[in-house]
Design a protein around this ligand. Structure first.
Ligand code: ZN
Length: 496
């Protein structure tokens, strides 16, 4: 998404901040071999890409795969042989010698997951939600949470103690909550801060910690010493101490990394999506989740579009039109009082605004299928914007209604596409029933393939009113509609 989109994503405030301090002289870290981090130092980005720094080895990542939610945190195993990524929806992904012990993906959460911390054994981890609810997996014990408390500010991150028998939670205002054997050394909770706290890093012996401001400001507590602030960063998201505790690295969401004290200088990773934090075998620190949530909240004016049907509901969705077959589809639908959703191609819509109006007048939902039927995963952010926005503009001009959903052509999607579309106010809609009507398998086959999927769960049927001869699809509609109704289904319109 949020991808490459760093500048774009944070353009509303953080870049202003960067501009005001740009003269502060950010020393670009020199690329040099790193003895001190040969056992591992990694950054991860929202798309699930992982970058190994210095002498560290890569154990893979998930960049390029479709994600339900952006990645927001990472933690490494004590051997440096693997790491975990956590996503905003609580999904956990494991790599190398990091095992999967469970996650919250697919679970309905009160609050999004904002942090991940691993135990010292590498056999378990905690997830924390923005309300401070803590979820423990593997050998990670539950030592308490702020889940039921009334917080002044949401929780931003979780950091484990070196023993693995406790953890700290840090809130946006720098309030620190300690659990298990984690000691409280102070907080910025009552202080007036220039910028919210993004995360924290621990002194390697657990005798103190650093709080990291989004502006790169560093606050020290306990035996954690001050080695410098990373002012000038557009959005600081991770602080990990060197193994000795005599220094630390600070990483920004826009791929800058700066070393302080005895931490060896590192070449800046080349991020294609915003960096979420930093992990080593001895500590991890991630802080992008809250800024990301705040950004999304500020840019999502409307509640999310209704984009998936419930049990015994079916959404018929028609792609690739409008075309000379669209009126035949509309006739078959209106004859049986069935609402449906049309994902239209922008250049076809521009040439046939009357058909777009006919769809809306018939009570149908008209949504975005890109201007040129483009594979959005192959485009730059500007390309994604152009494909989606121009189509939304055409639909709005023809019908007076702006689409709230998009369907990526070929179902080709990733977190960059989803995120950029979300920024434009468009929710992604895929499908779960594909009778392949575009191959023209015969009317009876189209009907039987759809009805075979009718097991009571919510259905999104992907069929077509454009892109070729759709007479078989039109002929199949009466039997599909009657068959689904006889199986207890009602028809819903998406994206309203
Ligand atoms: Zn299509």
């Amino acid at each position: 998404m949020f991808g490459g989109g760093v500048g774009r994503l944070w353009a509303c405030g953080v870049l202003v901040l960067a501009a005001t301090v740009a003269g502060a002289g950010v020393a670009d870290a020199a690329a040099e071999p790193l003895g001190s981090v040969a056992s591992g130092l990694w950054t991860a980005n929202t798309a699930g890409g992982v970058i190994a720094l210095g002498g560290a080895s890569s154990h893979g990542g998930i960049a390029g795969s479709p994600l339900h939610a952006p990645v927001i945190a990472l933690a490494a195993t004590p051997t440096g042989g693997g790491y975990w990524l956590a996503a905003l929806d609580g999904g956990v992904f494991s790599f190398g010698d990091a095992h999967y012990y469970g996650g919250m993906g697919g679970v309905r959460l009160n609050q999004p997951v904002v942090g991940l911390a691993a135990t010292v054994t590498g056999r378990g981890y905690w997830l924390v939600g923005a309300d401070g609810g803590v979820f423990s997996f593997g050998d990670a014990h539950f030592y308490g949470s702020t889940g039921g408390m009334r917080l002044n500010q949401p929780v931003a991150a979780i950091v484990a103690t070196p023993t693995g028998h406790g953890y700290w939670l840090v809130a946006r205002d720098g309030g620190v909550f300690s659990f298990g054997d984690a000691h409280f050394y102070g907080s910025t909770g009552g202080m007036r801060l220039n910028a919210p706290i993004s995360t924290m890093g621990i002194e390697p012996h657990g005798r103190g910690y650093w709080l990291l401001g989004r502006d790169g400001g560093v606050f020290t507590f306990g035996a954690a010493h001050f080695y410098g602030s990373a002012l000038g960063m557009s959005l600081a998201v991770g602080l990990v101490a060197s193994r000795t505790g005599g220094g630390y690295w600070v990483v920004s969401s826009s791929d800058q990394i700066r070393a302080f004290g005895d931490a060896a200088a590192l070449a800046a990773p080349r991020a294609t999506s915003p960096v979420v934090g930093l992990a080593s075998p001895w500590a991890s620190s991630s802080g992008l989740a809250l800024p990301l949530l705040e950004y999304l909240a500020a840019h999502t004016q409307a509640p999310p579009a209704f984009s998936w049907p419930g049990p015994h509901q079916v959404a018929l969705t028609f792609d690739d039109g409008p075309s000379p077959y669209t009126l035949g589809v509309l006739a078959a639908l209106t004859q049986r009082s069935v609402p449906a959703t049309f994902f239209v191609v922008g250049y076809e819509a521009a040439a046939n605004p009357d058909l777009i109006r006919a769809e809306v007048n018939a009570g149908m939902s008209v949504e975005d299928h890109t201007r040129d039927h483009a594979d959005l995963t192959r485009l730059s952010l500007a390309g994604i914007d152009s494909e989606l926005q121009s189509t939304a503009d055409v639909i709005q001009a023809a019908s007076g209604k702006r689409p709230r959903c998009f369907r990526p052509p070929y179902g080709a999607t990733n977190s960059t596409v989803i995120g950029e579309a979300a920024r434009l106010g468009l929710t992604q809609v895929l499908w779960n029933v594909d009778p392949s009507d575009y191959t023209r398998p015969g009317t009876a086959s189209i009907v039987s393939r759809v009805l075979a999927a009718a097991n009571g769960s919510g259905l999104v049927v992907g069929i077509h009113d454009g892109g070729g001869d759709r007479s078989q699809t039109i002929a199949a509609l009466p039997a599909i509609i009657d068959g689904l109704r006889s199986r207890g289904y009602s028809f819903v319109r998406l994206c309203t």
